[in-house]
Design a protein around this ligand. Sequence first.
Ligand code: ADP
Ligand code: TYD
Length: 210
Amino acid sequence: MNGIFISFEGPDGSGKTTQINRLKDYLTAKGCKVIVTREPGGTPISEKIRTILLDPENKEMHGVTEALLYAASRAQHVAEKIKPALAEGCIVLCDRFMDSSIAYQGYARKLGDDIRIINEFAVQGFMPDITFFMNLKASEGIARVDAQGSRDRLEQEAMDFHNAVYDGYIALSEIYKDRFVNIDASRSIEEISADIIAKYEEYVLSRENR
Ligand code: ADP
Ligand code: TYD
């Protein structure tokens, strides 16, 4: 694969979408072929699964059902969209990937290591080259979500859940030190964007020298 697979992770409202759009503009201006996509979603089948997952009406959804639906959405997304784009040499910017399942379903829903196992099956061991972790306290992220509009099914969870998601990400950033890039997401949009671009360029240089 000659493309680059970049995921953005972090609590709800941590600024992932904002920063993905800015990095996309930067890369497009440089003449790179860029694809922006998201999870759950990114393909017609995966977007249908997204609708089921985020619908606030689906209050009875079992945690295991939820975990399997996220993994199913991801399996389709990787096979139909991400891998073919990388094979064509695109830079793929993905709003959330497998780390979200580990943080939300593994840590916050307390489903543990089974989440890693079902997702490794879903993606057949395929992982991002680099992951920008938007490090923002869960309460600050949720405050931004509330300022913006209504909450989806996951965002409606209690604050304890969101704090456990945050702790999950901190644990993941320790485990995957080589892939995770910790970004202080409490700064201004411009400062964060400059930091992400600098870290991206550093990564590309180190990859070329490998
Ligand atoms: P996410 O995709 O992680 O949920 P968004 O990029 O949609 O986050 O941002 C959530 C809200 O916070 C939006 O209203 C956005 O304009 C705002 N926002 C994004 N980045 C910042 C920032 N650095 N400081 C303050 N507000 C921000
Ligand atoms: P998203 O639309 O990215 O939410 P936000 O922009 O607020 O960050 O993601 C939808 C929700 O799905 C979000 O609350 C996180 C959750 N989620 C999981 O619980 N597990 C997963 O594997 C993924 C990809 C997302």
